[in-house]
Design a protein around this ligand. Structure first.
Ligand SMILES: N[C@@H](CCC(=O)N[C@@H](CS)C(=O)NCC(=O)O)C(=O)O
Length: 84
């Protein structure tokens, strides 16, 4: 893999499912961290992304945001480029 996608998620979480479906559609893989309020991973997510909702998506070390931001970079063609 020439790229790294990290995603903080909870279960259930419709926006997380939507984000994962979009990545799947683009043929991309990701590393997923399931977080629970107050857990070590939850604190890590806030420290890394400054976000308190899920999903929080990080691509190649850059904090992207959540599902709306993922769709924005998809429309810019940036997700397809990751697979090249
Ligand atoms: N626009 C958001 C929606 C995120 C969102 O509302 N996620 C829900 C779970 S699907 C959540 O974190 N709810 C808890 C909260 O808002 O504190 C995104 O970044 O994808």
């Amino acid at each position: 893999m020439t790229y790294e996608i990290e995603m903080y998620t909870t279960d259930p979480c419709p926006f997380c499912i939507a984000a994962k479906n979009l990545l799947k559609k683009r043929g991309l893989e990701w590393k997923e961290y399931l977080v629970f309020g107050g857990s070590k991973e939850w604190e890590e997510m806030i420290a890394r992304t400054n976000g308190k909702t899920v999903p929080q998506i990080i691509i190649n070390g850059e904090v992207i945001g959540g599902y709306p931001e993922l769709t924005t970079i998809d429309k810019e063609g940036k997700l397809s480029e990751l697979n090249k």
